[in-house]
Design a protein around this ligand. Structure first.
Ligand code: PLP
Length: 370
């Protein structure tokens, strides 16, 4: 079965092997050397002033960001489940929350953010997904960050890049906190989250807040290549292997370029067989199709063609399916995925099978077009 869900993503064999060694003690020079190397790679990936790894799923990093960077009112962007989560986190900690809500295929507008900030001087932090995984949507985070900083540079910009870091280039010049998680673009099992922080964010954090998620304690320790509490040793070893594998496969810029070409090739292939791309501004992390037969297509992909893709949640349950584009993906696997989708449409009696999806995918991917 091919795993093509936008999280969890497949863990490469060499990464699984690297994580298969005997457990290492976290307070040892051996582990500190691994931690230091991993940090160096992470600085290259995040391009932020500081990076912090914490043992938690991605949501833990979202919570750490909100509590350490917001003291008053969080402005959050809800175009899907993950954006909604930021608001819930703020409220659960007694912070105030203002939310800009849109349908899950619609990115937040920069004007809506600017107006909210101008009308409510209590807003001291903004949280937004770069790629909102609920509908495969790309928000204009860099432009939002720039516009907000021009109004008030003290407002903290928290960018959830859990399905964006390692997928596409992100301009972090106006972002204060950039979040990643292990089981999406980073091709690891779940349980490790990473925060990239600006110098301005570090000043705002000060002595930090909370206990386990107190970022000040972690910044202090991680600058010495250790952690405040027990490090996720196995996942850190795996992360180093992932980041070295990306390096050895041509580097991160090549991965971004390959991902963009592949995501475009998939969109074109699926549109050519009559399918519709759901988000108005698709993120390269996944290809999301809305379709009246979404549930049937997803079931057929699994039962007849050994392809596992994700469905939708809440009001989009049974209405969309999502194909992963994150990680090191082989073109021959993706060619099979788009071909399998076409076969499903033929099985449903929607079109006569003629291999169009596969043809378009290959023409674009391998430059074989006219
Ligand atoms: C998966 C995901 C999360 C949540 O991460 P968990 O690891 O499930 O806690 C947050 N934001 C985005 C955009 C995601 O895709």
């Amino acid at each position: 079965m091919l795993l093509f869900t936008p999280g969890p993503t497949p863990v490469p064999q060499n990464v699984r092997n690297a994580m298969g060694d005997a457990t290492m003690h976290h307070r040892t020079p051996e582990f500190e050397a691994i931690f230091e190397k991993t940090r160096k790679h992470l600085f290259n990936l995040f391009k932020t002033d500081e990076v912090i790894m914490i043992a938690s799923s991605g949501t833990g990093a979202m919570e750490a960001a909100v509590i350490n960077l917001c003291k008053n009112t969080l402005l959050s962007v809800n175009s899907g489940k993950f954006g909604e989560r930021f608001g819930k986190i703020a409220l659960s900690h007694g912070l105030k929350n203002e939310e800009i809500k849109n349908e899950w295929n619609t990115p937040v507008s920069i004007e809506a953010i600017v107006n909210a900030v101008k009308n409510n001087s209590d807003i001291d932090a903004i949280a937004v997904q770069i790629s909102e995984s609920a509908g495969g949507l790309r928000h204009p985070v860099e432009e939002i960050a720039k516009a907000v900083k021009a109004i008030n540079p003290r407002i903290m910009i928290i960018a959830d890049g859990i399905t964006a870091v390692g997928v596409e280039h992100i301009d972090v010049s106006n972002i204060d906190c950039l979040i990643a998680g292990s089981q999406k673009a980073l091709m690891l099992p779940p349980g490790l989250a990473i925060l990239g922080l600006s110098t301005h964010a570090i000043e705002t954090i000060g002595s930090g807040i909370g206990y386990y998620l107190n970022l000040a304690s972690e910044i202090k320790k991680q600058r010495q290549n250790t952690t405040a509490y027990t490090a996720a040793t196995t996942l850190t070893i795996g992360l180093l292997e992932v980041l070295e594998t990306i390096e050895n496969n041509g580097g991160i810029e090549k991965l971004y370029a390959d991902t963009e070409i592949r995501a475009n090739a998939v969109s074109s292939a699926l549109e050519a067989i009559g399918l519709h791309i759901y988000p108005s501004t698709p993120a390269p992390s996944m290809s999301t199709i809305d379709d009246e037969n979404a549930a049937e297509i997803r079931n057929l992909l699994k039962s007849d063609f050994e392809v596992n893709v994700a469905g939708g949640q809440d009001h989009l349950k049974g209405k969309i399916f999502r194909i992963n584009q994150m990680g090191l993906i082989s073109n021959y696997e993706m060619a099979w995925v788009v071909n399998a989708v076409e076969l499903c449409l033929a099985k449903l009696g929607r079109r006569v099978y003629d291999g169009t999806a596969n043809k378009i995918f290959n023409e674009i991917t391998f430059g074989m077009g006219k």
